[in-house]
Design a protein around this ligand. Structure first.
Ligand code: HEM
Length: 187
C-alpha cells in the first residue's frame, strides 16, 4: 500500500537539518559581521564548525534514508509543473546542503591560521587533505570563503522557494490537501 506520510526517521532528520541550517545561517552572519571580542568570536566559530559538521552527517543520513525508502506520492491533484518544480528544488537543495558544510570545512582547512577544529570541544576534527598543505593558503581561503558565503545566500533563496513555490503552505492552507502534514510529527 502506498504511504501517505514520510517515515518518522525522515521527518526527524528533515527538521534537524532545517533547524541546523537556520541556526548556522544566523550564527555565521553574527560571528562574521557582529562586533565582539576575539574570545567570543573564537567560541562562535567553533560552535559554527561543530553544528555544521553535524548537519553534514545528518544530510548524509537523510540522503541514504531517502534512497532506501520511497517517499509518499504527491497528490494527484497537484499540477505536473508543480510536481516537477518540487522534485527539482529537492535535488538542488540536497546539492547545497552538501556544498555548504563542505565549503565551510574547506575554508577552515585552507586557513593560514591553522586553528584546530574540536567538535563541541570534545572531538578533534581533521582538515581536508590537500587544502591544509597548500603553498598559497591566503588566496585559497579567500576564494573558498567567498564561495561559502555566496552559497549561504543562495540557500536562503532556495529555502524560500522550497516553502513557497513548492506550495507546501499554499496546499495546506488553501487547497487543504495533505502535503505539509506529511512532514509534520503526528499529533
Ligand atoms: C551547514 C551549513 C552551514 C551554513 C548554512 C553556513 C553558513 C555560514 C554563513 C551565513 C556564514 C557567514 C558568511 C558571510 O557573511 O561572510 C558562514 C561563515 C563561515 N562558515 Fe559556515 N555554514 C555552514 C557550515 C560550515 C562548516 C561545516 C564550517 C567548517 C567546518 C563552516 C565554516 C565557516 C567559516 C570559517 C566562516 C567564516 C568565513 C569568513 O571568515 O569569511 N561553515 N557560514
Amino acid at each position: 500500500m502506498a504511504r501517505d506520510r514520510y517515515t518518522a526517521t525522515a521527518i526527524t532528520l528533515h527538521w534537524v537539518i532545517a533547524l541546523g541550517i537556520l541556526v548556522q545561517l544566523v550564527l555565521g552572519l553574527v560571528m562574521v559581521h557582529y562586533p565582539m571580542s576575539v574570545g567570543e568570536q573564537f567560541k562562535l566559530y567553533q560552535l559554527h564548525k561543530s553544528i555544521g559538521i553535524t548537519v553534514l552527517f545528518a544530510v548524509f543520513l537523510r540522503l541514504f534514508w531517502r534512497l532506501t525508502h520511497r517517499p509518499p506520492e504527491l497528490p494527484e491533484t497537484m499540477p505536473v509543473l508543480e510536481r516537477q518544480a518540487a522534485s527539482a528544488t529537492h535535488v538542488v537543495l540536497y546539492l547545497f546542503m552538501f556544498a555548504l558544510p563542505l565549503t565551510g570545512w574547506a575554508v577552515v582547512s585552507a586557513s593560514p591560521f591553522d586553528i584546530p577544529t574540536v567538535l563541541f570541544g570534545v572531538i578533534p576534527w581533521p582538515d581536508l587533505p590537500v587544502l591544509s598543505t597548500l603553498a598559497n593558503k591566503h588566496a585559497a581561503e579567500a576564494v573558498l570563503s567567498y564561495i561559502h558565503s555566496r552559497l549561504a545566500f543562495v540557500i536562503i533563496g532556495l529555502l524560500a522557494l522550497h516553502i513557497l513555490v513548492l506550495a507546501a503552505l499554499r496546499h495546506h492552507f488553501l487547497l487543504h490537501d495533505n502535503i505539509l502534514r506529511r512532514m509534520l510529527p503526528r499529533r
